[in-house]
Design a protein around this ligand. Structure first.
Ligand SMILES: [Zn+2]
Length: 611
């Protein structure tokens, strides 16, 4: 017998869903129910049960005692007839990981609302999603990749999933979203956009269709979607997009993704080449779509069967997030959505971000992956000094690995082959990837041992050999000093615009009404030596007020080695300190295409065109 659920947006103004779970034949010893502690794809224990406001059980019209066993588990008293548990869930988290409900729309992940019936996880689940009561909700529709089981297209009604794992892997949006449809390799795709926006939906449809076709062909070859072609792992796909003023985030699912973006990142009508903001949106969509294969189906053995009650450890997030981060932008070039010059600018910015992370000297990317549960999702003032991102470094390890394989095989093999081999051996068969398997498959593709490469890239804090590898593709990696606090790298300094060598304190700041607030102090910087700490509010430099979120105007005429006097508040205490300025660090990278050099042109063309 199927487990039956109902989801009712009971009180949108109070942000409350009412959810029921009915078990026809409960465990005679007392049926246990629980809510996951985390949501797959976001590796932090979030304790979704804390949003359960109230919960009760009944059977045959009689109240049944519900005993709480731990923070997220309940046990109903033994009963011989079907048991119904009803929970009220508070939904006011506008992220891709939780649930959100008001009078304008509703969104939920199954991990926030669907109780897991212990011991019955493999049974079919049937869900009735109900429209909120009241005339104002008459125009609401539903967007989800959950299979319809009686509900009309985009409608409220019955949906179903083969088991609990599938049930919680299909987020649901409800409201008056804009809807775009297209096909990629014969597979229907939908994009539901919630929130106010003025996006050029025609362009979005065309661009996403190209991107999705490129990705499907990346994994399944050029015959994908043709008669007699390979079977694809999903038969429908949904992008659930929430557009807000300022935001960025995505979470991958087996046949859909939830994206949170800034409305200005959506394409504007009549736009030419994608600008930086639209590139950001395309990169996010590309990233989550790539995950449909890499991590949703091709996944670490540690995730083969999720333990939803606690942390699931793996050293492989550098691959499942990093390789995905590498291909998200690369596949934009291969789709023809961005130009080669834009791609190398993006790469230059990634290298800049790594150079500005002192923590790359402290934490290996394998350790960053293993410790994601306690570190990555809990950044603090010390994070840049003590950690390296497995997304960022992982993407550059993937770049280095790809170029290594391409150069060692004279262009015959690449990381593309590694991914497809991993897909055939593990992803397509539903087998989890053992911790060392990616390295073995990569060595097979390279035709030579990559032990030294992986020891250095994954298990040491030594710098990645990016410059010599990029040179093999006819690309020159160059490093300079930042032009200003807002200089994110990726571009050479314009002729004649090179600033005078400015002095540096090695601190990051944000605006504060009274001065500037120190957010981070870089390890071994002039600021650290002077005793500046995160949280300090610097109000004056040499007796002149600091403001506007930056000390740049106050340091513009100063030289390395000079001393300055700072007034700052630490909590409510005023301090006066002296700092000796240091020379700025060359931490800003950009990449130049050596157009005249013949060597590397062929490798670069194969790499960026995916041939
Ligand atoms: Zn990701």
């Amino acid at each position: 017998m199927a487990i039956r659920y109902t989801v009712v947006p009971k009180n949108p103004e109070a942000h409350l869903f009412e959810v029921t779970c009915t078990v026809a034949e409960p465990d005679p010893a007392g049926q246990r129910f629980g809510l996951p502690a985390w949501i797959p794809g976001s590796y932090l224990v979030r304790d979704f049960a804390r949003h359960i406001v109230s919960i009760r059980a009944e059977s045959g019209g009689h109240e049944v005692a519900l005993e709480k066993l731990d923070k997220q588990t309940w046990r109903a008293a033994p009963c011989t007839r079907p048991v119904v548990v009803t929970a009220t869930v508070y939904a006011w988290d506008l992220s891709v990981r939780g649930a959100h409900l008001d009078a304008t729309h509703g969104f939920f992940n199954g991990t926030s609302v669907f109780l897991r019936v212990h011991g019955r996880e493999h049974e079919r689940c049937e869900v009735e999603i109900r429209r909120p009561a009241g005339a104002r909700y008459r125009a609401w529709r539903v967007a989800t990749a959950l299979a319809r089981d009686g509900a009309p297209a985009q409608g409220f009604g019955r949906y179903a999933a083969a088991d609990y794992d599938e049930l919680i892997d299909h987020p649901v949006e409800m409201g008056t979203f804009a809807l775009v449809r297209f096909e990629a390799c014969g597979i229907p795709h939908e994009v539901a956009i919630t929130g106010r926006h003025d996006a050029d939906l025609g362009r979005l449809r065309r661009d996403l269709a190209r991107l999705c076709e490129t990705q499907i062909r990346f994994w399944h070859g050029s015959r994908a979607g043709r008669a007699g072609g390979p079977k694809l792992p999903f038969d429908r796909y949904v992008f659930l997009v929430t557009a807000i003023g300022e935001g960025y985030g995505g979470l991958e699912h087996r046949a859909s993704t939830a994206l949170l973006c800034s409305r200005d990142d959506l394409p504007e009508a009549g736009g030419g080449e994608p600008g930086e903001s639209y590139r950001t949106f395309l990169g996010l969509a590309s990233h989550e779509y790539f995950h449909t294969w890499n991590v949703k189906r091709l996944k670490p053995a540690a995730f083969a069967s999720y333990d939803l009650e606690r942390e699931n450890y793996t050293t492989l997030l550098w691959a499942f997030e990093g390789i995905t981060s590498y291909y998200d932008d690369l596949l934009l070039v291969r789709s023809g959505l961005i130009a080669e010059k834009d791609y190398v600018e993006i790469l230059g910015r990634s290298v800049t971000n790594l150079l500005r992370t002192a923590g790359r000297h402290v934490q290996t990317v394998a350790d960053a992956s293993f410790d994601a549960w306690i570190k990555y999702y809990r950044p603090d003032e010390n994070t840049p000094n003590a950690q390296v991102s497995y997304y960022l470094k992982g993407s550059l390890v993937a770049l280095a690995l790809d170029l290594t394989i391409r150069s060692r095989t004279r262009g015959r093999r690449s990381l593309d082959d590694v991914m497809r081999a991993l897909w055939t051996r593990y992803g397509a068969k539903g087998i989890g990837v053992p911790e060392g398997a990616i390295e073995d498959v990569a060595a097979e593709a390279a035709g030579t041992s990559l032990r030294a490469f992986f020891d250095r890239a994954l298990r040491s804090t030594r710098e990645l050999p990016l410059a010599p590898l990029l040179a093999k593709a006819g690309l020159a990696l160059k490093v300079r000093e930042a032009e200003s606090a807002s200089d994110r790298g990726g571009k050479a300094v314009k002729d004649g615009a090179r600033p005078r060598r400015r002095a540096s304190l090695g601190i990051r700041m944000s605006a504060e009404p009274l001065g500037v607030r120190v957010t981070h102090v870089t390890s071994a910087s002039a600021g650290e030596r002077a005793g500046i700490a995160a949280g300090d509010v610097i109000v004056a430099v040499d007796g002149l007020r600091a403001g506007g979120g930056t000390l740049e105007p106050r340091l513009a005429r100063r030289r390395p080695g000079e001393r300055i006097r700072l007034h700052l508040f630490r909590r409510d205490e005023l301090h006066e300190i002296e700092a000796e300025l240091a020379a700025p660090v060359a931490d800003t990278a950009y990449i130049e295409i050596e157009a005249r050099a013949k060597s590397g042109a062929r490798l670069r063309a194969a790499w960026l065109k995916g041939k």
